[in-house]
Design a protein around this ligand. Sequence first.
Ligand code: GCU
Ligand code: CA
Length: 138
Amino acid sequence: ATTRYEAERAPATCDGTIDSNYAGYSGTGFCNGRNAVGAAVQFTVDAPQAGTATLAVRFANGTTTARPADITVNGSPAASAPFESTGTWAGWTIRTLTVPLRAGGNTVRFTPTTSGGLPNLDHLDAEVSGTVPPPSGS
Ligand code: GCU
Ligand code: CA
């Protein structure tokens, strides 16, 4: 099963504004990060047990220039993403990342490495793999 984490819903944080002026977002809006290196978006992803997760981040980049970002999990480098142009700001696109998670809450932070900042970020869908405990009594 996947769990959705909206960028506009706490405990997620957005170094920018929550906007809703481009159609197609989920929830009530998306994070329009400041156009600056380091203007990050952070999600808290819950995992029932330690394991590997597939994260699907939904974004739009209406410029013609990529907006690369480094992704950390609990402060440790875990992935990177180019966040290439999606054509228009309503051109929502999904990129998947594979990252390690620990049991409990995990901070997943997207930090832009160029002056354009992040693309607009809509949500993160997390699919956490791992052993499903057997039913009690078995
Ligand atoms: C425009 C657009 C924003 C976007 C910004 C950017 O202002 O309306 O949604 O975040 O460009 O370049 O980051
Ligand atoms: Ca922006």
